[in-house]
Design a protein around this ligand. Sequence first.
Ligand code: GLN
Length: 490
Amino acid sequence: ANVRRLWTRQISSWRHAIRDKDSSVNAFICTSQPGSTSPERLPLHGAGIAVKDMICTSDMATTSSSAMLKDFTPPFDATVVGLLREAGADIVGKLNCDEFGMGSLNIHSVHGPVVNPFQTASSSSTPWVERERRSAGGSSGGSAAAVAAGMCYAALSTDTGGSTRLPASYCGVVGLKPSYGLISRWGVISFADSLDCVGVMAKSVAATKRVFNILNARDTKDPTSASLSARETASKQATQAWPTFALSDLRIGVPQEYFPSELSQEVLNPVREAIKSLRCRGATVVPVSLPCTPYALSAYYVISSAEASSNMARYDGVQYGLHVPAPPGADLTSAAAIYTQTRAAGFGSEVQKRILLGTYALTADAFDNYFLQAQRVRQLVRDDFNLVFRVPDVLSPRTPEDRPNDQGVHVLIHPSAIGTAPPLGALDADSMATYVQDVLTVPASLAGLPAISVPLVRKGEEWPVGISIVGQWGCDEMVLRVGHFLENLQ
Ligand code: GLN
């Protein structure tokens, strides 16, 4: 009964926090009605969890931060939402994001930008203070901000090219992008299917893991859900490679290409310190090279835009979502006029840009030079990772000559972002600088690998810096364990 009272108090404290803080953060698009408390025996009994607005919920609208879906309430819950409810979680609300997940700063949203809630006040008794307005990162800015501001226990995000790890780094929270295919995408609005993953954000690695464990299940409704045998083989291989879970038995690779000239000193220094501490505590840290990294960002934007252009075709002004009627006396046939009017009014400029880019990359003239070339780069990026990892890739075809790579590393470590959160308004929404934000996160997305961003402890007024751990496909547990070590470094 005491535990129940504690959690009930906790839930209402989240709802209070949303009421008190969200007017200055803008993380929430809507909140749910408080329901009855779930049974105590359930693993997420009483945990208040908020969900990115690209994930379908039957009791709240799912807008993807787009005018196109402004009034859309799906008739079903996404598999992940169902799993959380079954585990006893209270889904407290829906979270702001970049429109259809396209962006890095959460500034492309019909609901307005999310303001980074980072504040120096560490005690909950200190009054909430609004500081400089900086970006919360994107596209899952609302998820990171809601967790950072203590408005929920954990949040679901999505990650196509870095949308979980980048905002986690900017807001100072933990963000996990699991291996592609481990968590169901059924009921998650698609941006780029071959890259989209559901992510988990929380204040600690333990809380992230607690939620991930609930969601990590095969779903026959999602054709890209990883098979049971691939899951089992990967976790067996991971345990064989690191049976002791001791830092002294861990080989960590530092990829030299992840320290580009654009990396700010503000990020470099704490990352160096963290790597030094890992070494002092017994880990073997070795430099490695992933030579195709510089090409990953371009390949990512070609592939993701191509897939997005196809996914966005379903918003036709007829089946569901926004419908703008043909103007009287339109030249076009009325169906074409509805289509044109609806999409011109419903999509923001960033989404329109991706549709144009993606459609172009898929035209007969450009297909070989852009789309196929990007797919080749994607394979090279995967090969780079496979060459350095100790654990073999269970998803790629094996040959009898393949042997475990004893000199390989268990995980890679690198800064999550090239800088701290940029001030809102500092970056022109159309400038190249906004696309470069995810230069360090896209390679793991192209290769479908698990990656976690963990905040490094910073002093006083310093803005948060995240460090990322990347593992072989299916080594999510290993990545979480290393994340836990990093969390406890200082
Ligand atoms: N910033 C990247 C993009 O705009 C990644 C977004 C994401 O991971 N959803 O495409």
